[in-house]
Structures are given as structure tokens and as C-alpha cells.
Design a protein around this ligand. Structure first.
Ligand code: 2P0
Length: 330
């Protein structure tokens, strides 16, 4: 087996039905399924260079060494790829995010998905999209959804080894060219997703109701997307996000990620939809708000967002394709 330099790009994904709770923390296996859209051009470009001289993996993200917790995750992906390829040794990894970190978009999903795809290529593996999704999941749960493009469903699965907990593409981006606005609201997030999920699952009395909601919401969202029914999608996307945050608030410690501008955007988007503008919001484990809109209504939404105090920046993009190997420029 020859190992050689390889590069991959993977997009950020935004969950329309959220992942919040694991049944296996080591393998990042979720309790419930989730559903997402990949974002066009926003993501991570990652180069993997196997290097027999190295005595450990070295991972640099945006010109800085990855933090120790992130390095453990990246090593999990690299070790799984090498095990499968029958390879030994280590690699140098360099990753660049096309949106600066902390712009209200988590880069771990795109970073780990790009790492899985680039590493598989670097070590000579020819894997199916499902196998790549499972590898990416080892680095970060939501990374499983950054492998397929467009509208993706991450199956919770039931196998203890996680082999059936993979994401698949339900529809390519062209199925429904929705626009996405990311309203970045500052304020450091106090609790990481990994820690927050663990404490919510362990202490929130309504955690079981939350997971039941996700199973039902995935079916509803799937039908709405298949039918391109914006009203039905908006309803389930907003309810799912609000229920996730309600569940977080029930935990000990209660997790409150919102800032005043977060609430201002919620009200503005609901008002716009009430007036007939096709838009809806979702919120992850942070204060920023992501808004989905139809192509014809996105400008009207962006204008309203521009008037809300406390939004640092609005990034506009659309649903896009999934992870892919790219020329490494070697
Ligand atoms: C999601 N989030 O579905 C949800 C909504 C945040 C809120 O997936 O521990 O970074 O690496 O599996 O994937 C963030 O969780 O957590 C996340 P790990 P991850 O997008």
C-alpha cells in the first residue's frame, strides 16, 4: 500500500431536525435521527500528508495547532482509516476553514468530514459514501451529515458498532435551491455541544420526549422537502429547534445559548412569515440564528436582518453539494 498526499473539501451542514443526545459517546452514536442541509462553499479544505518521519499526527487548522480535544477526535478518524488500510505511521494534516471560526457556524463537522474523505484517499481506501460518513462521525457526530450533500438524513442506527449510523443524501441541492442566511450573534458559548448533550441527556426530565419528537420530525421534514412545501418545512424546523432549546433549559445546569439579538431574529422571522414571506429560523448550540428562505424572498429577509441590533454579520449562501476529493496542489 502506498500512502500519498490527498485533499478534500467538506461543507458545513445546518440541522433542520437536530442531533442532541448520544447513545454512545465514544462512537458519537445518536439517540435519534437528524436531518440537515449542506451549505455551498462554506466549509473546510483539508490536506492529509502521510509522513513516515512523524512520531505522532500533527493537525493544523487555520495556521494554528488543533486544540488537544480536537486532536483526540482527529486521531480517532486517522487511526480508523489506517486500521482499515493496514497502514502504520502518522500524518501531517492542514485544514483551512472558508468561514472564520466562531462566525456562528461550527467548523468541526466540515473539518472532520473533510479529514475522513482526504485521509481515506491518502491511504488508498476506496470507500462508499456511507462508509465515509461513518468515519467522519468518529470525529464529530454532525460530521456524518457533511459527507452527503444537499438534503441529508443521518440514521440513528441500532448496531453497537455504529455501522448503520450513517448519513445519506435524500435529495441533491438542485432539488430545492433554498437560500440560507447566517445571522452571526456574538457571545461566547459557555458549554460545548459534547458536554451540553451529555448533561441534557443525564438530567433533563423531558429528554425522552425530545428524542420522540426528533423521530416524528424527521418524517415530517422529509415529506415537506420531497414536496417542496415551505410552510410545512418551516413549521417543523422551528418547532424542532425550539424544542431542543426547551430541553436544554430543562437540564442541570440549564443551558441558555441565546442572546437578546437571537430572540429579536426569532420574532422578526415569525413576523415576516406571518406577512407571507417564505422564511424560517433554526438555532444551534450558540446565539447565532440560521434562516432558510426561498430564492424569491431571501432579499426581503436580509433587509430586515440588516436592521436588527446585535447581529455582527450576515452570511448569505444556499444549499450545496457534499464532501469531495479535490486537487491537493502537491
Ligand atoms: C446539530 N448540534 O444537529 C446539533 C444542533 C448542535 C446543536 O450537532 O460531540 O459538534 O462532536 O458529536 O457534532 C453539534 O454537535 O457534537 C451538533 P459531537 P457535534 O447540528
Amino acid at each position: 500500500m502506498t500512502a500519498s498526499r490527498a485533499a478534500a473539501f467538506a461543507p458545513i451542514n445546518i440541522a433542520l431536525v437536530k442531533y442532541w443526545g448520544k447513545r454512545d459517546a465514544a462512537l458519537n452514536l445518536p439517540v435519534a435521527p437528524s436531518l440537515s442541509v449542506a451549505l455551498q462553499e462554506l466549509g473546510s479544505l483539508t490536506i492529509v500528508q502521510p509522513d513516515a518521519q512523524l512520531d505522532r499526527d500533527i493537525v493544523v487548522v487555520d495556521d494554528r495547532p488543533l486544540d488537544p480535544a480536537g486532536l483526540v477526535r482527529a486521531e480517532r478518524v486517522l487511526a480508523a482509516v489506517r486500521r482499515r488500510a493496514g497502514a502504520t505511521g502518522h500524518a501531517g494534516v492542514r485544514s483551512v476553514n472558508t468561514v472564520p471560526m466562531a462566525r456562528g457556524l461550527a467548523s468541526s463537522a466540515s473539518g472532520m468530514a473533510a479529514l475522513a474523505v482526504a485521509a481515506a484517499r491518502a491511504y488508498g481506501l476506496d470507500l462508499s459514501p456511507a462508509e465515509l460518513s461513518a468515519l467522519a462521525r468518529l470525529g464529530s457526530g454532525s460530521a456524518a451529515r457533511s459527507v452527503p450533500g444537499g438534503f441529508a438524513l443521518w440514521h440513528a442506527g441500532s448496531a453497537p458498532d455504529g455501522s448503520d449510523s450513517v448519513a445519506e443524501c435524500l435529495h441533491p441541492a438542485e432539488h430545492w435551491p433554498l437560500r440560507v442566511l447566517v445571522a452571526h450573534v456574538g457571545g461566547r458559548k459557555a458549554v460545548s455541544s459534547t458536554a451540553g448533550m451529555a448533561s441534557t441527556a443525564a438530567s433533563a426530565p423531558m429528554f425522552e420526549a425530545w428524542t420522540a419528537t426528533c423521530r416524528a420530525d424527521v418524517a415530517t421534514a422529509r415529506n415537506a422537502i420531497a414536496a417542496r412545501d415551505f410552510g410545512a418545512l418551516a413549521d417543523v424546523v422551528e418547532c424542532n429547534a425550539l424544542r431542543m432549546h426547551a430541553t436544554m433549559l430543562w437540564g442541570r445546569p440549564p443551558l441558555l445559548y441565546w442572546q437578546p439579538a437571537t430572540v429579536a431574529v426569532i420574532h422578526a422571522v415569525r413576523q415576516l412569515r406571518h406577512e407571507g414571506t417564505e422564511c424560517c429560523f433554526t438555532i444551534d448550540a450558540g446565539a447565532s440564528v440560521v434562516i432558510l428562505a426561498t430564492a424569491q424572498d431571501v432579499r426581503a429577509v436580509a433587509e430586515v436582518l440588516g436592521e436588527i441590533a446585535g447581529i455582527d454579520e450576515v452570511i448569505e449562501t444556499r444549499v450545496g453539494p457534499g464532501a469531495r476529493v479535490v486537487e491537493s496542489g502537491a
